[in-house]
Design a protein around this ligand. Structure first.
Ligand SMILES: Cc1cc2nc3c(=O)[nH]c(=O)nc-3n(C[C@H](O)[C@H](O)[C@H](O)COP(=O)(O)O)c2cc1C
Length: 145
């Protein structure tokens, strides 16, 4: 069974709601999902997954420090081992959303392949935002099945 790591950070729950919706979309397509907060995710999670979803709140127009720390910890030891794997990402923001650029640059550094446009959601996710997150999960699932 194909496996996806959904890794995210959250403080007030918005990003987590979106992560759970992505997970639902993936699972509806028969994908096994490892859902982890960035502070709890490690190299083994990265190496053992066939695809990735990265989710972060926008903090000062950059990804959350906890997610950056996950990338810092896994970059060198994963070098050359996950090249060209598929990924998607999403950002929860308060009216900005520029953090998406930092995520995309990081994924580029890891030589990952973005298979769908990033999802940007302002504030508390509404029903239609959760639906979009679910769709994002389905798109990722289709790319790795
Ligand atoms: C320290 C901090 C910095 C933030 N900086 C930005 C920012 O630069 N741009 C923006 O749009 N929102 C910013 N926000 C708002 C959060 O991105 C937004 O509230 C987000 O939905 C929080 O996600 P969460 O509920 O998963 O913690 C900031 C919030 C915090 C706590």
């Amino acid at each position: 069974m194909a496996k996806v790591l959904v890794v995210y950070h959250t403080q007030t729950g918005n990003t987590e709601k979106l992560a759970l919706a992505v997970k639902e979309g993936l699972e509806s397509c028969g994908i096994e999902v490892i859902l982890k907060k960035a502070s709890e995710a490690d190299l083994a999670d990265l190496l053992s997954s066939d695809g990735y979803c990265f989710g972060t709140p926008d903090y000062f127009s950059y990804m959350a420090g906890a997610l950056k720390d996950f990338f810092d910890r896994t970059c060198y030891p994963s070098e050359g081992k996950i090249t060209n794997r598929a990924y998607v990402c999403f950002v929860s923001h308060g009216g900005g959303g520029k953090a998406v650029t930092s995520l995309e640059k990081m994924a580029e550094r890891f030589k990952l392949r973005q298979i769908a446009k990033p999802l940007l959601v302002e504030g508390r996710p509404k029903k239609e935002d959760l639906e979009k997150a679910k769709e994002l999960g389905k798109k990722l699932a289709k790319a790795i099945i």
